[in-house]
Design a protein around this ligand. Sequence first.
Ligand SMILES: Nc1ncnc2c1ncn2[C@@H]1O[C@H](COP(=O)(O)OP(=O)(O)OP(=O)(O)O)[C@@H](O)[C@H]1O
Length: 225
Amino acid sequence: MSVIELEDVIKRYQSGVETVEALKGVDFSADRGEMVTVIGPSGSGKSTMLNMIGLLDTPTEGHVHLDARDVTDFSEDELTEERRTGIGFVFQDFHLLPMLTAVENVELPSMWNTSVDRHDRAVELLRRVGLGDRLDHTPDQLSGGQQQRVAVARSLINEPDILLADEPTGNLDQDTGQTILEELTRLKEDENVAIVAVTHDDQMLDYTDTTVRIVDGVIQEVDQP
Ligand SMILES: Nc1ncnc2c1ncn2[C@@H]1O[C@H](COP(=O)(O)OP(=O)(O)OP(=O)(O)O)[C@@H](O)[C@H]1O
């Protein structure tokens, strides 16, 4: 069953007197254990789509379903709660806090959650991405690839249903990017999480289960090799 679903989503932005229709009736879904990669030219609506899936913005028309619940009309507080518990984020430029160690960065999104033993899980996640010997390093003591692995571990600390990755290999060389993609592929199965990624990196398509091509706000092709 799909963990996230966009149903006929239209998104319009008003900029001055002009209206931009960034999404023109998009249907999309992703399952647990599936990696879906969204590709398309600049300005085609990829970020807008990712914002809908990440509950960071709401559609002008259409519906968003999370775990079979229609969350379209949720309040801002309810959406924040869904984001915190259900969605992990990985960004191109890592977004780690420079004064915190690797393990503290991973623990950070779970500070509010008293039901998990967050320190143990943070250590375990860092071990699983190969950083068991870098727990107390700060970001400036880590390579770019290691920092992205910390960010991947952090995205999984709250056991999300969905991991959203915005250009996760964008700031990494090809070999390091490949290592990150291998980690994501492994974790997607171990954690039974849906990964939705936006990328310009063709290498990513070798790891993806489903490729969605969007052009001018319309999904043109869904490829499931
Ligand atoms: N806040 C906004 N206000 C007005 N127009 C916007 C806004 N955000 C995006 N747009 C417009 O919506 C369209 C889709 O933008 P979006 O950022 O989703 O594209 P993208 O595919 O992610 O592009 P890129 O690959 O360059 O990041 C573009 O025409 C963009 O100019």
